[in-house]
Design a protein around this ligand. Structure first.
Ligand code: ARG
Ligand code: ZN
Length: 877
């Protein structure tokens, strides 16, 4: 549906964390009857309420985009007198309710016109719901807030031919046929839950199912997909079984329901949703088959299946008091899925190989954090992992809440040890099972279970921004001492800049430090703005390896000499810091001299020996030789000067060409030696070999252009095929491969997404404007779902800097048009795209002015959603 809430500045409401008050009523039971029809669905609600306190107080329910048909008290047939209640476009208020009773409310909603993908919506021939954060109120009047927990019984009625599958949360109670071809299914969820975890699915879905036994009890596991996708569901099922085993083994947490269901839909705003016992997923994170999914896709399916399953305890059994506490469930659950993926990669490997496999996962996670989250932390949307204010909660499902939140959880583990962390988790569940709590409750459980003082650690929840730790060193050869001085700083950012008298106090920072050339390897806990530590008996000046394995989400500044970076790159036993040293060598060459990035002979020697070092896993070598991303480099540049994106892009390209040229022999030999000897199988080791080989392909393709076409034709899997296609078209090769690819995969939506992305993100397409117009007009782009929008519009705006930052501003005007067009249908997706320009102040002219103009165009448009208005308002503000 369109924006039924035209907003202007007067109607913008800011929600404040400090405004929290408990809901004045308990809602012990919630009974729902859905008469499911795509044009008009009728929802009948029986809401049991009990006032918590003596004082009478109105009962205020949320409701949006729904039509009230009937309301009565205690199942009376006569409706309530209209004087007893008030309906607005966002609430229903009962002025003088009795102390307790049963509200009976009938409402209607229109799934067919709901394009926001929030609430009950049509997807293909199915009906599905998305309730987090505030979608339940689009179906029924209800206290739609996470701290109101209720026990649900749900009856679903629908036409049996149109909707043979009818699902909701919990256990299946009854199925029965109705006259006139209808049927009715009853579900009961024994666990009290907030409304955001409610879900309904009605459709024509095929199901892959297996049973497992846990603690002597049988559990039914089901994965529901479109019938033609059934051959792509097994990997999700295997990932689910692995997740269930892992949570039991690592945290002692069992599956608490008789059945656990996963449902896939191609129309989804985010990755997936942890509805109790009925997870609903974007197809991108369920479907995986070697011919259609890449290694990265397989990894994504495993991680997201794990993530949603782990929410069953961290999110569902213990939930959030209010949406400001979102990181309580998301940061913790991301930490858990990262650990799960790491264990999966390490499984079955020798101890050394396992350590290296874990490092690869850690590097992936940190590279993403340092690129996207650090950028968020430096811009107008910067917020603490527990925000203090929001206008639209959907805008706060951010890298900060999720990924920085996971780093904060990881720091507990670093400080308390793995056993200590587990004791904290056990106490957290013991205290809070069945409750809606806060981040402070989690911190208290960690502290109390370990008799630790985590008071200062609480500042990680209060302060936005990436702290900088400036490190200097002093070596005294006579005294044989080596001293490290640490200065931490974290100036106000984002919304903090507007807070008068804001004082940001020092954080509790666990910093793992080793001195290369000595046997010192220690955890330093920084707590003051300035502190120093002196090491004795140091006979020669060591090279410090700082923040090993990225023990804290901070930015380290230490003036390494080129020699020291080379030492770290060659000898650091911490795989993360070794990788980081190589990245710093690249970044320095690109950023320091954007006109002519050059590597010295010594540096090429270092590169050559790393690239050919067989003791390093191929996966790790692929990471070592992936240049720092454009966005990461952009941050480094803008710390010193206004960013010229064209200059930066060209400098990064030159560095890449230098690597191709100087290491050509090595790349070519890697490409042949890594030729696959067995059929495709997804596992970390094989994926690493493919990653390195496909990186080699990019470096040899201009010298040996036939390699790409040969690989494309020979590929037995999507990883190698899409790598060949992307390399070929970015090298400017003809359209034959593109057409072949389209024809082969025309029926595979997720693969066609890749086809759009390969073209929209092509940095070397001299006619990109024409290409974009052609793609926008393509029949496969009619009525694009969010995945398709991401594959074209987002891919161009976020992953094609050379063309997006065209000096005539055409990229920014395209952005503005798309934000507005998407906003009219789906504000959540539009508001993600709106974030693309929030760094505009860091750009040089003419970019900066052109970006501001585009932002202003969006801001001035009529009927802007609250979602987009918050983002663009903050960017301009
Ligand atoms: N809780 C989900 C997850 O991270 C995310 C759903 C968010 N959806 C939304 N519309 N804000 O697993
Ligand atoms: Zn989550």
């Amino acid at each position: 549906m369109g924006n039924a809430h035209p907003t202007d500045l007067d109607t913008m409401t800011t929600h404040l964390r400090s405004d929290y008050t408990p809901f004045p009523y308990d809602i012990p039971t919630t009974d729902l009857l859905f008469d499911l029809k795509p044009e008009l669905t009728t929802v009948t609600l029986w809401l049991e309420f009990e006032r918590k306190n003596d004082e009478p107080v109105p009962l205020v329910l949320n409701g949006e985009h729904i039509t009230l048909q009937f309301i009565s008290l205690n199942n009376e047939e006569t409706p309530l007198d209209p004087s007893e209640y008030t309906v607005t476009d966002s609430t229903l208020t009962l002025h003088n309710p009795p102390e307790s009773g049963m509200l009976h409310i009938i409402t209607t909603c229109t799934p067919n016109t709901n394009t926001s993908l929030s609430g009950l919506f049509t997807t293909g021939v199915h009906l599905m719901t998305q309730c987090e954060a505030e979608g339940f109120r689009r179906m029924a009047y209800f206290p739609d807030r996470p701290d109101v927990l209720s026990t649900y019984t749900v009856e679903l009625i629908a036409d049996k031919a149109a909707f043979p599958v009818l699902l909701s949360n919990g256990n299946l109670i009854e199925t029965r046929d109705l006259p006139n071809g209808g049927h009715m299914v009853t579900w009961h969820d024994p666990f009290p839950k907030p409304s955001y975890l409610f879900a309904v699915v009605a459709g024509q879905l095929a199901c892959l199912e297996e049973t497992i036994t846990q603690d002597g009890a049988e559990k039914l596991l089901q994965v529901y997909v479109e019938p033609h996708d059934l051959p792509k569901a097994q990997f999700a099922m295997d990932s689910l079984k692995a997740s269930i085993r892992w949570d039991k083994a690592r945290f002692g947490l069992p599956l608490d329901l008789e059945r656990f269901m996963i449902v896939a839909t191609s129309d989804f705003n985010m990755g997936a949703m942890e509805n109790k016992g009925l997870n609903i997923f974007n197809t991108k994170f369920v479907l995986a088959h070697p011919e259609t999914a890449t290694d990265v896709d397989f990894e994504g399916v495993e991680a997201v299946v794990g993530h949603e399953y782990f929410h069953n305890w961290t999110g569902n059994r213990v939930t959030c008091q209010d949406w400001f506490q979102l990181s309580l469930k998301e940061g913790l659950t991301v930490y858990r899925d990262q650990e799960f993926s790491s264990d999966q990669l390490a499984e079955g490997l020798s101890p050394d190989a396992a350590t290296s496999a874990r490092a690869v996962k850690r590097i992936d996670d940190v590279a993403m954090l340092r690129t996207a989250q650090f950028m968020e932390d430096a811009g107008p949307m910067a917020h603490p992992i527990r925000p203090n204010a929001y206008e639209e909660i959907n805008n706060f499902y951010t890298m900060t809440v999720y990924e920085k939140g996971a780093e904060v959880v990881r720091m507990y583990e670093t400080l308390l040890g793995r056993d200590g962390f587990r004791r904290g988790m056990d106490l957290y569940f013991k205290r809070h099972d069945g409750q809606a709590v806060t981040c402070d409750d989690f911190r208290a459980a960690m502290a109390d279970a370990n008799q630790a003082d985590l008071t200062q650690f609480g500042r990680w929840y209060e302060q936005a921004g990436t702290p900088t730790v400036r490190v200097t060193s002093e070596f005294d050869a006579n005294a044989q001492t080596y001293t490290l001085h640490f200065a931490q700083s974290n100036p106000p950012v984002g919304i903090e800049l507007k807070e008068a008298n804001l004082i940001k106090a020092p954080l509790h920072i666990p910093l793992r430090v080793a001195l290369l050339g000595t046997d010192i390897d220690t955890l330093i806990e920084l707590k003051q703005a300035n502190e120093s530590i002196t090491f004795e008996n140091i006979t020669a000046e060591p090279t410090p390896s700082l923040n090993r394995n990225f023990s804290a989400p901070v930015s380290i500044e230490y003036d390494y000499s080129d020699d020291q970076l080379a030492t770290l790159a060659a000898t650091d036993t911490d795989a993360f810091n070794r990788w980081d040293a190589v990245q710093q060598i690249f970044a320095r060459a690109i950023v320091a001299d954007m006109l002519e990035p050059v590597f010295s002979h010594e540096q090429f020697d270092t590169f050559r020996s790393l690239l050919t070092d067989e003791s390093l896993s191929p996966a790790y070598r692929a990471q070592l030789f992936t240049l720092p991303s454009f966005s990461y480099l952009a941050q480094l540049v803008s710390k010193c000067e206004p960013l010229d994106p064209q200059k930066l892009f060209a400098a990064r390209e030159r560095a890449s060409r230098a690597l191709s040229k100087q290491l050509q022999i090595e790349w070519q030999s890697l490409y042949s030696t890594l030729e696959p000897k067995t059929a495709y199988a997804y596992n970390g080791v094989a994926a690493g070999e493919r990653a390195l080989r496909n990186l080699a392909l990019r470096h040899i393709s201009s010298a040996k252009p036939d390699t790409t076409t040969t690989q494309y034709a020979a590929a037995d899997n999507m990883t190698d095929r899409i790598a060949a296609l992307t390399t070929a078209i970015h090298e400017g090769q003809d359209e034959a491969l593109l057409n072949d690819f389209y024809n082969r995969f025309e029926k595979e939506a997720l693969v066609i997404d890749k086809w759009f992305t390969a073209q929209a993100a092509n940095p070397h397409d001299a006619n990109i404007t024409a290409t974009l117009q052609k793609l926008l007009a393509h029949p496969a782009f009619t009525n694009p779902n969010p995945n398709r929008l991401r594959s074209l519009v987002f891919a161009f705006c976020n992953a094609n800097p050379a063309h997006f930052h065209a000096t005539d501003g055409s990229g920014y005007r395209f952005w503005a048009e798309q934000v507005l067009a998407i906003d009219a249908k789906n504000p959540q997706v539009a508001s993600r795209l709106a974030r693309t320009l929030e760094q505009w102040r860091t750009y040089a002219e003419p970019y900066q002015s052109l970006m501001r103009e585009a932002l202003q165009t969006v801001f001035n448009a009529p009927n802007l959603s609250q979602d987009v208005r918050e983002i663009v308002g903050k960017a301009l503000g």
